[in-house]
Design a protein around this ligand. Structure first.
Ligand code: ARG
Ligand code: ZN
Length: 876
């Protein structure tokens, strides 16, 4: 059954208040829901009340405290329909259900993780707890009472402010919570169990003191310190940058070890995958720290963008997710290095979102139909959604963007809003028409902008011709031209930027050129000598760009652009043709060469001490095998791409051996580990130098030495990765893997790294290794983090191993999807998306991939989640 945006209509009944009582029991929890409704004005007085359920059995139903006769309602596991309800006056419905948290392996609704009760309700999990109008436009204040065994559950938590608690009956106690802010059911949360807690406070800008609590497993309290610090910085930043103040007396975070996603922004009670809370120098990498900071901020920022202003329906998901990703990106940029953060964002966007947008799962940022909403928590909704918000900021400029955000917060506070509401705020605040711009929400596919330019000395004019093309995507063949904001610079010979005296052909505001037509020519006058064009600086628009630039022009940009992102982009653009040619040569069995201009440009940037180390590390990190595959566009042979890339890496390594040795020595960070961006940047440069050094000398000795002397997890994991990936099955690697395992045994999050590093060892032996690791007792088949770290990492991040030419990787994945699906459909569907680019493989692999997908499709017991993904992948 397919849900369409066009079919939206409000509910017949308005929900006024929600009062829930839970009597927790591991296998038989009683839920009593008292719901006060009234019929919406103008609604047919005979219309029944329809509530959603999922695998529920009704055990009691009252209307204003009187039993409802069986003839007046119909209850199935999926719905409860009650007829003959009052036409005008408010009434109270009391629904009683019994649920089994222990048996809930989907991790949606109320479930158990390591003996703790926990909930996940977004998107449609609340209906697994009680019958309810489970949709985001039904908002109400909630009162929650939790009753549970006191010894096993000293902490009883829910949304809002704590009302009180005490002993209940023998062995049991209770706690009551009230959340005054009307919210939809997907933001409900309940946590109960025996947990350790870290406490702090934050004083808001208006002087209110807020209690902060992070709950973790006993003994892990010290590992929550960084998350707490990140939380306080997030709260402060949202006040300063967006004027947003926290609105309850308490803010809680609970870290759990079984969680389908990263984290969840339940009002006042965020629930996190513990991977994004727990960190200490011995067990967490710099990347882990950065992820924790970003996700703590993301969930906290949802308090305003998501909770205070929520979504009218799930088609509007990007309204909260795209905007909140934009906010967390800006936060991280302010906390760390802005250009380095931007590079990382664009790398992620291109490696995850661009393939999605170019494959069978492509969909608009704001989809118009879905079969399973869980399958739309995608990189398109999140990351492209964030880029669309960023473009609004670019188009409007700082002041108008801020005015638009302020208007949005003021106008829609307490509402369930739409993308149109959001865009309208920016139109009203700026006076700009954003109708054409709104196509970014509606049209799927990554626009391709093709550019040519010419310079005429005699008249001092520079002419720029642009053409935009938006590729066809499933369900969308013809597309309209979009409004594409392109930041640009005209860089003169001496490195300075030209300032044109006049522009014709279209709108230019500041350094932003507005491409609005399918074909458009801009003429710049007053340019004294031939400039080098730097276009789409800072990645101002999420597009593919065809701009034929000579290596000399790219090197000029790499040396002189004032936008550091553009300098990195120029070096990447220099590398891409080399990597593509290397892949073709490897496929054809030809000798692989590397342009000396690329090598010297990379080494020049790497040695430039005016550039921060983190930036230089980004420059030295060449486009990934997946990036090269995307650039090649089709008929891809992952083995050839891998061989070609390795040859280029070796060429750079050999030419730069001395420089890499110098970096390896000079970038050593002295003193005890701190996760700050500057130290992390030095470590990243040092570790990429180490990787090149092993390409240059071809022996595991240096990496083994780095492994033995590492005094933090970043260096340790990097050294182990170099050993395992470059020198698998050598005594050095075997010994290091063994040492690592012994040292961190019992720490599941670190063992996940041990699984992932081995899951990404390239080559034909990969699958055998995966199968052996699945037999390891540390691999727990129903823990999402374990499954992702081994099976997910293999499928998403081991191109040669997973894409074995005989198709064994795909058959393995099919077998695993069919095994995971009955337990946890969301997890199965997510991992299956690793095959989203199967059509761009060479024919033999593509055939194997298709057969594997068809094996999945033939199963008669598939979840809606997996059926939706597999059918779209085969059809699109
Ligand atoms: N809203 C959460 C976040 O962005 C993600 C929840 C995803 N849930 C799901 N069922 N797909 O932080
Ligand atoms: Zn989010």
């Amino acid at each position: 059954q397919i849900i369409h945006l066009a079919d939206y209509r409000p509910t017949d009944f308005v929900l006024e208040r929600v009062d829930l009582t839970f009597e927790l029991d591991p296998t038989n929890t009683k839920v009593e829901a008292r719901l006060i409704f009234h019929r919406r004005e103008g609604v047919d007085p005979s219309a029944p009340l329809v509530l959603d359920g999922d695998e529920l059995t009704l055990s009691g139903l009252l209307l204003d405290q009187n039993e409802i006769p069986a003839s007046q309602y119909d209850a199935t596991p999926e719905s409860l329909v009650i007829r003959d309800l009052p036409a005008e006056t408010p009434f109270e419905i009391t629904v009683t259900t019994f649920i089994n948290p222990e048996a809930n392996s989907q991790l949606m609704g109320l479930y158990r993780t390591s003996g703790v009760y926990c909930t996940q309700c977004e998107a449609e999990g609340f209906r697994r707890i009680t019958y309810f109008p489970d949709r985001p436009d039904v908002l109400a204040p909630y009162t929650i009472t939790i009753i549970a065994d006191k010894a096993a559950n000293p902490h009883l938590l829910s949304n809002g402010n704590f009302l009180g608690g005490g002993n209940y009956d023998e062995g049991r106690h209770f706690a009551a919570w009230f959340d005054p802010h009307p919210k939809p059911s997907y933001l409900f949360a309940l946590v109960a169990g025996d947990l350790g807690v870290v406490e702090d406070t934050f004083t808001t800008m208006s002087g209110r003191e807020v209690k902060l609590k992070i709950y973790v497993e006993h003994g892990k309290e010290p590992r929550a310190a960084y998350a707490m610090d990140a939380l306080k910085r997030s709260m402060k930043w949202d006040e300063e940058r967006f004027g947003r103040e926290y609105d309850l007396d308490i803010f809680m975070i609970v870290a759990v070890s079984d969680f389908n996603m990263g984290a969840m922004e339940n009002k006042g009670l965020n629930v996190f995958n513990d991977k994004y809370v727990l960190a200490d120098p011995e067990t967490a990498t710099d990347q882990d720290y950065a992820n924790i900071e970003a996700i703590i901020a993301h969930e906290y920022f949802h308090n305003w963008t998501g909770n205070r202003i929520t979504c009218r329906d799930w088609f509007q998901l990007c309204l909260k997710e795209g905007l909140t990703v934009y906010r967390d990106h800006e936060f991280s940029a302010d906390q760390r290095s802005r250009p380095v953060k931007r590079i990382a964002e664009v790398r992620h966007l291109k490696s995850e979102q661009f393939p999605e947008d170019a494959g069978p799962l492509a969909h608009p940022v704001r989809p118009t139909k879905y079969r399973e909403i869980n399958n739309f928590y995608t990189t398109t909704v999140y990351e492209k959604g964030s880029e669309v918000t960023r473009m609004i900021a670019t188009l409007l400029g700082k002041a108008d963007f801020k005015a638009g955000m302020d208007l949005y917060f003021e106008r829609h506070d307490g509402q369930a809003a739409t993308v149109e509401d959001f865009v309208k705020c920016f139109e009203d605040a700026s006076g700009r028409d954003l109708k054409q711009f709104s196509l970014w929400y509606q049209q799927a596919g990554t626009p391709l902008v093709t550019v040519s330019s010419s310079y005429e000395q005699a008249s001092g004019t520079f002419t720029l011709s642009l053409e935009q093309m938006i590729p066809a995507t499933p369900g969308q063949t013809a597309k309209e031209p979009m409004h594409i904001p392109l930041s640009f610079a005209l860089i003169l010979d001496n490195g300075s930027l030209a300032t044109p005296t006049a522009v014709k052909g279209g709108e230019v505001t500041g350094d932003v050129l507005h491409l609005t037509e399918r074909k458009q020519t801009f003429t710049f006058s007053g340019i004294s000598s031939r400039p080098v064009l730097s276009l789409n600086r800072s990645f101002s628009a999420p597009i593919n760009l065809h701009l034929d630039q000579t290596p000399a022009d790219l090197a000029h940009i790499a040396r002189h652009d004032t936008d550091l992102f553009a300098r990195w982009q120029a070096l990447t653009d220099l590398a891409i043709p080399n990597l593509m040619q290397a892949a073709r040569d490897a496929r054809d069995g030809k000798e692989i060469g590397c342009d000396p201009a690329l090598i010297s440009a990379l080494l020049e940037a790497a040695a430039d001490e005016t550039l921060e180390p983190a930036f230089r590390a980004q420059v030295l990190t060449l486009p990934s095998e997946a990036d090269i595959a995307r650039e090649l566009g089709g008929n891809n042979d992952p083995d050839a791409i891998h061989a070609g890339r390795n040859a280029i890496l070796s060429a750079v390594a050999k030419a730069g051996a001395k420089a890499f040795l110098a970096l390896f020595d000079s970038m050593k960070v002295a003193g005890p580990y701190t996760p700050d961006a500057a130290s992390a940047g030095k470590r990243s440069l040092r570790n990429i130098a180490l990787s090149y050094l092993t390409y240059a000398d071809g022996t595991p000795a240096r990496a083994a030495e780095a492994f033995a002397t590492a005094d933090n997890m970043t260096d340790l994991a990097q050294a182990l990765t170099v050993l395992a990936h470059r020198f698998p099955d050598t005594p050095e690697t075997t010994a290091a893997l063994d040492t690592f395992l012994k040292r961190f045994d019992g720490n599941a999050l670190v063992i996940d790294k041990w699984f992932s590093i081995q899951a990404t060892i390239p080559g034909a032996g990969a699958l055998a290794r995966i199968r052996a690791l699945m037999e390891n007792p540390r691999f727990v088949a129903n823990n999402p983090n374990r499954v992702r770290s081994l099976i997910g990492t293999f499928a998403f991040s081991n191109p040669t191993g997973f894409n074995h030419p005989d198709g064994e990787g795909y058959r393995f994945l099919a077998e695993q999807i069919l095994a995971i699906d009955p337990r946890n459909p969301q997890l199965a569907a997510r991992i299956l998306t690793s095959m989203r680019s199967w059509r761009s493989l060479e024919p033999q692999r593509a055939d194997h991939a298709r057969s594997a997908l068809m094996t999945i499709e033939r199963s008669e017991t598939l979840s809606t989640d997996v059926r939706d993904i597999v059918e779209r992948m085969l059809k699109g």
